[in-house]
Design a protein around this ligand. Structure first.
Ligand SMILES: Cc1ncc(COP(=O)(O)O)c(C=O)c1O
Length: 316
């Protein structure tokens, strides 16, 4: 008889992390390295952001910067917001979030469902423009004046890395044969930097590639631009992005990312958003370059259930 590994927990926060890592079998052409994807959509709010929300709140509590009765404030495309709203709900903090109608309605409604107060910055084009995130951040800074407020400030807050280092440690356990290349799309850069730190410390040969949408090439060309890949391509270089921790940068066409998200659902059974499609397009490119016998790892950032009302799965 085999022992069950299913455990119970007293605290839903312990349900964050420990996600499966699966190999892709259908979308990777012959003659490539193996490609593995960490299924972060299985976190409680359906996104790897649960990891950073937990570490941002708990590190601030540990230092005494965040105390009972205070209000947490953040500007977010709403994945971070959904995760912070979840953690704040459990811990009893009020949460004031600045977001935009450029992001999926599902996410905006999720934050409200967890009890957050949502302040919307209107995007006239409906797109993520280079100006949008700075405007949202200025508004959040303005709203967080006063000693009863804690501004989570994901773009400048090194506490995000603590949560993502856990993701990196899980990968070391899940792929004992070693990882030759890791890639991930950059928003605030917390995920790719947290994982890269662990991989570089433990497997120095592993190369790390940071990714962005081709129409918003801040890392590869030095300027932002319009796109609809939620969570990434923020129009400027995020302060957490550390040149020492990555080896190369790659810009990926949004249309290829969207097509890959659809293929992942139909051919691999992985329902995930556009940033995941972008990660997998790049992962396959690296796998082609490395060839058989090597291992490439990337991340399914979130669940595609966040996007079913939009046109991700219906458009060609
Ligand atoms: C769906 C999605 N993918 C990717 C990212 C990028 O993650 P990071 O901010 O850690 O770079 C985000 C961040 O908001 C996101 O929401």
């Amino acid at each position: 008889m085999t022992m069950s590994t299913i455990t119970s927990t007293r605290n839903i926060l312990d349900a964050v992390g420990k996600t499966p890592c699966v190999e892709l079998h259908h979308v990777v052409p012959d003659g490539c390295a193996r490609v593995f994807v960490k299924l972060e959509g299985l976190n409680p709010t359906g996104s790897y952001k649960d990891r950073m929300a937990r570490s941002v709140i708990e590190e601030a509590e540990r230092r005494g910067d965040l105390r009972p009765g205070m209000t947490v404030v953040e500007a977010t495309g709403s994945s971070t917001g959904s995760s912070l709203a979840f953690v704040c709900a459990i811990k009893g903090y009020s949460f004031l979030v600045v977001s935009s109608d450029a992001f999926a309605e599902e996410k905006l409604k999720t934050m409200s469902a967890f009890g957050a107060t949502v302040d919307i910055v209107h995007s006239p084009s409906g797109k993520i423009t280079p100006e949008l995130i700075p405007v949202m951040r200025d508004r959040a800074k303005e709203l967080s004046q006063g000693e009863d407020y804690y501004y989570a400030d994901q773009f400048n807050n090194p506490d995000v890395l603590v949560g993502y280092e856990g993701l990196g440690r899980e990968l070391l356990e899940q792929i004992p044969e070693g990882i030759d290349a890791f890639c991930g799309a950059v928003g605030g850069a917390g995920m790719v930097m947290g994982v890269a730190k662990v991989l570089k410390e433990n497997q120095p040969h592993c190369s790390v590639t940071v990714l962005e949408p081709a129409s918003a090439p801040a890392i590869t060309k030095g300027h932002g631009g319009l796109h609809s890949v939620e969570g990434i391509g923020i129009g400027f270089l995020p302060p957490i992005l550390d040149k020492q921790l990555y080896d190369s940068a790659l810009a990926v066409e949004e249309s290829e990312a969207r097509a890959m998200s659809r293929r992942l659902a139909k051919e691999e059974g992985i329902l995930a958003g556009t940033s995941t499609g972008l990660n997998v397009v790049a992962g396959i490119e690296l796998a082609k370059q490395l060839g058989p016998g090597k291992v490439v790892v990337t991340v399914a950032c979130d669940t595609g259930l966040k996007y079913v009302r939009g046109n991700l799965y219906t458009a060609e």
